[in-house]
Design a protein around this ligand. Structure first.
Ligand code: MG
Length: 424
């Protein structure tokens, strides 16, 4: 199935006042138009994009409309929204099966929302995103034709209270099978209809229009007051974006960042593993604590398998690579470094991403000596390095029942699991 996305950005934002079109204003450091276009550019279901713009912008488009990964057509907007859409429709590929239309002023539509609107239109011919009304809805008397807005407000009275469960507030995206949109636009043209959205024209053309669940965050930025709400949504998405970006490949993340549901707010797990040979004449350091032992772990550093496994688990949960990447033993800075110090440095890297460690659980595998009496000291030292309470660090000892190198006392190993989450 081939899908063309039309972004309606032809408006001049009269309700905003000021000089530049509102779709060029930035929210969270990024132009509203760029955000709206990026949602469709990154969407796997969309094959090409047509953007309807004010004429001045068609001549001098911003960079993000020029070097794009998918075919992009820029067309001039018309006097009314439906004129802009008609212009854009003419530029859409004739081979497109579904056309999905979106207001540039809605920069936060998620990938899921776009997907379900397209799917519903492919199935039923026409579909639009909509949210149920949370407020009770009143139908009021029409103001006198010559009334000022203030007067109209004073003189209006309620005619009836509408049953709220039947009231839905239309958003975009709105998607249509090509033939359905063509017929709707032609009807609007023929009968001189003035519609605020394309679904209204499809309805008038007698085509059933399906509702799909919209999103409360999919707001339309219409007035300066909306910008403050948009900034708050952008800030929230940035936190989730950071989480998702660190967990997905760069290609996937483009669509994932637009999907608030895909961010794991409850936490993310990481695992770590380490093994070192045991030799005579070396100290045995575990969790920063020196344990009396005939043999110690061989390594470039203090060869602390507990700290190494925990460091990898924490970095792994944050998708920040591993201990070798941040603290390579080829770098003289880390020669002889305390592994507790590396653990606290890794924890700082994680904290810099806006994340914190929830808890850590470690299993140390060695034949001898028993570590039971040292476990609390190890937990306290590891917890201090991470910057959390010792109650959130668990360390357990295990033997390998005499099996393999670890069982023969030739090596020591450790497994760790860490949970991280967004810092409150
Ligand atoms: Mg190691």
């Amino acid at each position: 199935m081939q899908v063309t996305a039309i972004i309606a950005a032809g408006g001049r934002g009269q309700r905003f006042g000021g000089g530049q079109p509102k779709q060029l204003l930035s929210v969270g450091g990024r132009p509203i138009l760029e955000r709206s276009v990026a949602a469709f550019l990154a969407h796997p279901a969309v094959s090409e994009i047509v953007v309807a713009l004010p004429a001045s912008l068609v001549e001098h488009p911003p960079d993000y409309l020029r070097q794009t990964v998918k075919p992009m057509h820029l067309v001039g907007g018309g006097a009314r929204r439906q004129d802009s859409i008609a212009n854009a429709f003419r530029a859409a590929a004739a081979s497109s099966d579904v056309i999905v239309i979106h207001d540039a002023a809605r920069p936060f539509a998620s990938a899921d929302l776009i997907a379900r609107t397209i799917a519903a239109a492919a199935e039923s011919g026409a579909a639009l995103a909509a949210v149920a009304s949370r407020d009770t809805v009143k139908r009021a008397s029409s103001p006198a034709a010559d009334a000022s807005p203030a007067e109209a407000g004073r003189h209006r009275t309620v005619i009836e209270t509408l049953p709220r469960e039947t009231i839905f507030l239309a958003q975009t995206p709105q998607a249509f099978r090509r033939d359905v949109l063509q017929a709707a636009l032609a009807l609007g043209e023929r009968e001189g209809l003035d519609a605020t959205d394309e679904a209204a024209l499809a309805e008038r053309a007698g085509h059933p229009v399906r509702l799909v669940d919209g999103e409360a965050t999919n707001i339309k930025i219409t007035t300066p007051e909306d910008l403050a709400i948009a900034e708050a949504i952008a800030a929230q998405l940035r936190i989730e974006d950071r989480e998702v970006r660190s967990s997905e490949s760069p290609v996937d993340s483009q669509s994932a960042v637009r999907n608030p549901q895909s961010a794991l707010r409850t936490g993310r797990a990481g695992t770590g593993y380490d093994l070192h040979r045991l030799v005579e004449g070396r100290p045995l350091i575990l969790g920063g604590i020196t344990i009396p032992s005939l043999r110690g772990a061989l390594g470039h550093s203090d060869a602390d398998v507990v700290c190494h496994a925990v460091t990898d688990a924490i970095l792994g949960a944050a998708c920040l690579g591993d201990i070798g990447r941040h603290f390579p033993d080829s770098d003289p800075r880390w020669k002889g470094a305390s592994s507790l110090d590396l653990l606290s440095r890794a924890s700082a890297l994680v904290a810099a991403e806006g994340l914190e460690v929830g808890n850590v659980d470690v299993t140390v595998i060695l034949e001898a000596p028993k570590i039971t009496h040292h476990v609390d000291a190890m937990r306290a030292a590891v917890a201090r390095a991470i910057g959390i309470d010792a109650s959130r660090v668990s360390i357990k000892g295990k033997t390998n029942e005499g099996v393999d190198a670890v069982g023969r006392g030739e090596a020591i190993a450790a497994h760790a699991v860490a949970l991280i989450r967004i810092k409150n």
